[in-house]
Every structure is written in structure tokens, then in C-alpha cells.
Design a protein around this ligand. Structure first.
Ligand code: GUN
Length: 283
């Protein structure tokens, strides 16, 4: 069996069209959804990410501002900028690109963002809301993964989902989202003694480690759904995920590619969260 590809570009296109339509409806009421993206320093990967985020906003009719600061910016100055954006009525979502320079306490900066504008879903209030099933913003990458499962009509009730990775940004929120949809969830990580024994039991596997070939064909139950959150480079310098795509696609029923899988969905869900923030602010 060759797996069906879950195309993140195609699904993103569909969802971004919906965002554009909803943004138009808000504009008719005199509100343009606005995202502020704050970049400190000149990390090359971050520069590409923020450019893509700002462009995606423009393409969907959202207002965006990109604030770029020198790597020497003080923590106090950054906190003051965040506070100003919290109080700016034209801004509905605030994203401070990570990583921040070492002299700045990233968690302190995230906690300074108003939870009502925390479209990254990184604030502890957002994490708490997800954990308790209260309204709040969900982190974009795992939220995008949930949309991908929804797009294939996958019912998680009673299924066993295995999440590989326990980061605050992907692994942990991913597990909570899957749990909310009534999956039985296992979180695996670097101290899991027998990863293969776990993944072989899984109906759904989410690989979010940041290491190539974490998941190979021999570790996958035939017919499982495999979502690849990894963003790595192979020996030829080509972008690849955490999953051995060529091998696993012969065993899985559905699989996300890298590139063109979860990646575009992360930005799409940022747009969705920003739109949602504007809709909540206007109602
Ligand atoms: N750095 C890498 N990914 C992300 C993200 O999704 N949000 C922020 N703020 N920084 C990141």
C-alpha cells in the first residue's frame, strides 16, 4: 500500500481562502485584523520565517507590521514594545519570533503578551486554557496537525496516538489536542526505552523531535496515519522531516510530506488565530 499524501499546501490554500473571506466580513464592519511580528537580532532562519508570516498576512487581507530590532536590544525595551502593542487597537495578534538573544528572558517576554493577543498560543494562560478545554489560542503547529487529521475525516475517538517529542510548542500541546478528541495518547521522548514498541501500537503518529529518520517503516503499524513536524536538512542539504518518508509511505495509510506538509499549516493557523483574535475583539 502506498500512503495518501496529506497536502499541507493545498489545505492551506483552502483555509486561507476562508480566512480572506472572514477578514473581508470584518473589514466591512470597519475592523482590519492586524498582526504584529517582532524580530530581535539577525538569525537567518528567523528572518525567512517572519518574512513568510508577513507575506501570508498580506495575501489573506490581514494587516501586519514587522518590527525589527538589533540583537543588542534590552529586555526592558522589548517588554515596553510588547506593552505598547498590547494597547494598540489596530493590532489583534502579537508574535515575538523565537529564539531571542540569550540576554533576554523569552518566557518573561511571552508572559508580557496579552493572552487576548497571544496568537502563537505560548502564554501560560493559553497553555492552561488548552489543558482545561477553555477558550484560548492553540499553538499553530499542533493546531495545524489537527486540521490535517480533520481534512481526511479522521475520527480520533478510541484511537491510539503516539506523539514523539515533548516540547511546549509542539509535543505537549499536540498530546492535549489529541486527548480532547478522545484519543488514547502516549508521549514518547529521549528517555523512552523502546520507541518502536510504542509506535507499533499507534494508529496515529506525530513525529516532532527535530532529528532525521526518527521514524522508519519497521516502526509503523500498517495503515497508521503519520504526521511529520520535523524540519531538518539531509546530507545533500535538502529539507527533510523526522520521518523516513520513502520507507514509511509504503506502510502508512496517510502521511504528510516535508516540505509541503505541516510547515505551511503552521503559518495558516497563525492567520486563523489572528482572525479569531480580531473577531473576538469586535464582538
Ligand atoms: N520560532 C520558530 N517557530 C516559531 C513560532 O511558531 N513562533 C515563534 N514566535 N517563534 C518561532
Amino acid at each position: 500500500m502506498t500512503a495518501q499524501i496529506i497536502d499541507g499546501n493545498q489545505l492551506s490554500k483552502q483555509l486561507r481562502t476562508e480566512v480572506a473571506t472572514r477578514a473581508q466580513a470584518l473589514k466591512a464592519k470597519g475592523i482590519t485584523p492586524g498582526l504584529a511580528v517582532v524580530l530581535v537580532g539577525d538569525n537567518p532562519a528567523s528572518q525567512v520565517y517572519v518574512r513568510n508570516k508577513v507575506k501570508a498576512c498580506e495575501d489573506s487581507g490581514l494587516h501586519s507590521v514587522l518590527e525589527k530590532y538589533e540583537a543588542t536590544m534590552t529586555e526592558a525595551d522589548l517588554l515596553a514594545r510588547v506593552e505598547a502593542l498590547n494597547n494598540d487597537p489596530a493590532i489583534h495578534g502579537i508574535l515575538v519570533q523565537l529564539p531571542l538573544p540569550a540576554h533576554i528572558d523569552a518566557q518573561k517576554v511571552i508572559e508580557a503578551i496579552s493572552p487576548a493577543k497571544d496568537v502563537d498560543g505560548f502564554h501560560i494562560a493559553s497553555a492552561g486554557a488548552l489543558m482545561t478545554g477553555m477558550p484560548g489560542f492553540w499553538p499553530c503547529t499542533p493546531y495545524g496537525c489537527m486540521k490535517m487529521l480533520e481534512s481526511i475525516g479522521y475520527d480520533l475517538r478510541g484511537k491510539h496516538a503516539v506523539v514523539i517529542g515533548r516540547s511546549n510548542i509542539v509535543g505537549k500541546p499536540m498530546a492535549l489536542m489529541l486527548l480532547q478528541k478522545n484519543a488514547t495518547v502516549t508521549i514518547c521522548h529521549s528517555a523512552t526505552p523502546d520507541l518502536k514498541a510504542m509506535t507499533l501500537q499507534a494508529d496515529v503518529i506525530v513525529a516532532a523531535v527535530g532529528k532525521r529518520n526518527v521514524l522508519t517503516a519497521d516502526m509503523v503499524k500498517p495503515g497508521a496515519v503519520v504526521l511529520d513536524v520535523g524540519m531538518n536538512r539531509n546530507d545533500e542539504g535538502k529539507l527533510c522531516g523526522d520521518v523516513d518518508f520513502e520507507g514509511v509511505k509504503e506502510v502508512a495509510s496517510h502521511i504528510t510530506p516535508v516540505p509541503g506538509g505541516v510547515g505551511p499549516m503552521t503559518i495558516t493557523m497563525l492567520l486563523v488565530n489572528t482572525l479569531e483574535a480580531a473577531e473576538r475583539a469586535s464582538s
